[in-house]
Design a protein around this ligand. Structure first.
Ligand code: APR
Length: 254
């Protein structure tokens, strides 16, 4: 055994660094993808101004008019082919070199994946996936749609023989991924909220699970209502510029 101290060992050091890496959790919403050209929901001109939310994003709406709902998501899926991750998505992914990063997103687009983020929890489903309309959370029925034909038609069947439907969590449906998301937030050393109006629960309630030592940042160009006693540092910028400022802060503080 030579007299080399373990921390000098090129193999041990990376392992030591990995063990000491802090848990960095992101909670993102539609504003994260705004600079990629995807509409938010509640900003002026947002999606819910163009479509009645209960008609296209609720289980009652699907049961009332499934063709309208299929058309709404088919249009959003086709749009995905013409948008790319923005600088904000890429900076989120780049932090995986220095932190244990988890991205908890309300977004159903695949821009975090395409930017390179590895650990993503989709709370509200995934646009490029489809599932059973009888049992939407049956893992045997969840399929990824082909990029060159990301369309669901009435008559397309899931593996259980039911009508294929978007793998989206609609208003009125449970959010199966909320428990793993709560566990991640509870263990976060740093929580960064980007581009969400914090209007929709249970996603909006996640920040209440942050522990006392967790530093919380919020990136949004507008005011967002949250509990002022939580010591949240609001970076009042868009996702890309806000993430540049956040990376600077994290570099200085860690
Ligand atoms: N960068 C960062 N944030 C932005 C940007 C931007 N460039 N542009 C807008 N925002 C902010 C807005 O100020 C707003 O606070 O993004 C937020 C978007 O809020 P919503 O439109 O309400 O979207 P979101 O919070 O993701 O909605 C939550 O509601 O309808 C459901 O399922 C849907 O997942 C969605 C959920």
């Amino acid at each position: 055994m030579n007299n080399e101290t373990p921390t000098d060992n090129p193999i041990v050091k990376p392992i030591k660094t990995i063990i000491n890496m802090k848990n960095l959790v992101f909670l993102t919403g539609a504003g994260m993808s705004a600079e990629s050209g995807i509409s938010t929901f509640r900003d002026s001109g947002g999606l819910w101004e163009q479509y009645p939310v209960e008609a296209v994003a609720s289980i009652e709406g699907y049961e009332r008019d499934p063709e309208l709902v299929q058309k709404f998501y088919n249009e959003r899926r086709l749009q995905l082919g013409s948008v790319v991750p923005n600088e904000g998505h890429k900076l989120v992914a780049s932090l995986e070199d220095k932190f244990h990063v988890t991205v908890i997103t309300q977004n159903v687009d695949d821009l975090h994946e395409r930017a390179g983020s590895q650990n993503i929890i989709h709370l509200h489903g995934e646009l490029m996936k489809a599932t059973s309309s009888r049992n939407p959370n049956d893992p045997n029925c969840i399929v990824t749609l082909p990029e060159d034909n990301p369309i669901i038609r009435m008559g397309d069947k899931a593996k259980d023989g039911s009508q294929l439907r978007p793998f989206i969590v609609w208003f009125g449906e449970s959010v199966p991924m909320i428990e793993p998301a709560i566990e991640k937030v509870a263990k976060a050393d740093i929580l960064v909220i980007i581009g969400t109006s914090l209007n929709v629960y249970p996603a909006a309630g996640l920040l209440n699970f942050a522990n006392a030592h967790c530093k919380i940042y919020l990136i949004d160009p507008k005011d967002v209502s949250y509990n002022p006693n939580m010591g949240i540092r609001h970076i009042m910028k868009g996702a890309s510029e806000g993430m540049k400022e956040l990376c600077q802060i994290l570099q200085e503080e860690n």
